[in-house]
Write a protein that binds this ligand. Structure first.
Ligand SMILES: *Cc1c(COP(=O)(O)O)cnc(C)c1O
Length: 378
């Protein structure tokens, strides 16, 4: 039996689906260098520009000097230090839940949480466009999986009406490749009617939407109706890691059952220390200022309709064509990668433009002018 790696790689190339790791050098906020060329990065999820902020860089250094570089063990063995608990308390307060638990990534949150709560006798109902980590976690749980077309609440209701066992509805507040919001009010009403629970992944909404950047559920006054609030520290927080905010009972059960928490070394306490600072910035006046600037930029880039988030997709369709448009943009100084299958469905390749408060007004104007001249439809 041959492994056939060469033909697998050849197939990917022929379909316009080949991917490479792109080396970014000399990263100064939105200005980066790729192949010695200076580019403006419009593909980062660091929505508030915190990743390279002096405040967080200083907090990280302080964290390292106080707690060292690594944690040494899993959270349950000897890896829990003061900053981990401070961060979890601050996150629970921020999400207005009884408790919160942090993980080494958002991916690990999903993989730990969903299988800890759901099993073979249960049903998980997901939006078709849910992030890969939610899909993987649902599969890992062994529960029956049902999928409804993107934001199709009538279909969701039909699935709820026939679901077996405990039922968990899973959706994203802001969809990562489309930038639109879920129909949260309708989804909440339905899951309440059928006695299901809701896991809401707020990866792209926290920091961007709602009072203090608390996300979509907070913006709609629905925080108390969401049983499982999932989020990441890798986007608006400008760091890495993830969290689940919920009732004390859920969090206690996760500490006992979430395998991605139990069998993985605790994130460096210095990182948790920095995340406490990031949360204070994001939820305070500085966060409000940065959000204000971000939304002003979004209005410049999309004047015809109010965007739902900081993600502005330009769907092109054909994979090879999307790659070409992305390369053209690169030659003119913009880093906007083509997003292709399997991240989005086949034939719906797109440019995914993300805007951050770390850009300058001039950079936003430059992008606007550029987008007027690229013909994404050709
Ligand atoms: C990025 C993302 C995640 C994963 O978070 P990481 O911290 O990067 O692992 C989960 N869900 C959604 C919707 C995301 O966009």
């Amino acid at each position: 039996m041959s492994w056939d790696l060469e033909s697998q790689c050849g197939d990917l190339r022929a379909q316009g689906l080949w991917r490479d790791l792109r080396l970014l050098e000399d990263v100064k906020g939105p200005i980066v260098h790729v192949d010695n060329q200076e580019l403006i990065n419009f593909s980062s999820n660091d929505y508030l520009g915190l990743a390279t902020s002096t405040e967080l860089m200083e907090a990280f250094k302080e964290g390292v000097s106080l707690y060292g570089a690594g944690s040494g063990a899993s959270r349950l063995v000897s890896g829990t230090q003061r900053p981990h608990l401070q961060l979890e308390e601050a996150l629970a307060d921020f999400k207005q839940t009884q408790a919160a638990l942090t993980f080494s990534s958002g991916y690990a949150v999903a993989l730990g949480t969903i299988p800890a709560l759901m099993g073979a006798a249960d049903t998980i109902i997901l939006d078709k466009l849910c992030h890969a980590c939610l899909v993987d976690a649902a599969r890992l749980s062994g529960a029956t999986i049902r999928v409804f077309p993107h934001n199709h609440v009538e279909k969701l209701e039909r699935l709820l009406a026939t679901a077996k066992g405990r039922v968990l509805v899973v959706t994203e507040a802001i969809f990562s490749m489309d930038g639109d919001a879920c129909a949260l009010a309708e989804i909440v009403a339905l899951k309440e009617r059928y006695g299901a629970w809701l896991l809401l992944d707020e990866a792209h909404s926290v920091g961007v939407l709602g009072p203090q950047g608390r996300g979509l559920a907070a913006a709609l006054g629905l925080e108390s109706k969401v049983e499982l609030h999932m989020g990441t520290l890798s986007k608006s927080f400008g760091l890495s890691g993830g969290y689940l905010a919920a009732s004390r009972q859920v969090i206690d059960l996760l500490i006992n059952r979430a395998r991605s928490l139990i069998y993985s070394t605790a994130p460096p306490p210095a990182l948790a220390h920095t995340a406490v600072h990031a949360l204070a910035l994001l939820s305070g006046q500085e966060g409000d200022l940065r959000r204000h600037r971000l939304w002003a930029y979004l209005a410049i880039l999309q004047p015809e309709s109010q965007p739902a988030s900081a993600i502005l997709p330009k769907v092109i369709g054909d994979e090879t064509r999307a790659l070409k448009v992305s390369l053209d943009l690169k030659s003119r100084g913009f880093l906007i990668p083509a997003i292709r299958y399997p991240t989005v469905s086949r034939g719906s390749a797109r440019l995914r433009i993300t805007c951050t408060s770390g850009h300058s007004q001039a950079q936003i104007e430059q992008l606007r002018a550029e987008l007027q001249s690229v013909d994404v439809a050709k």
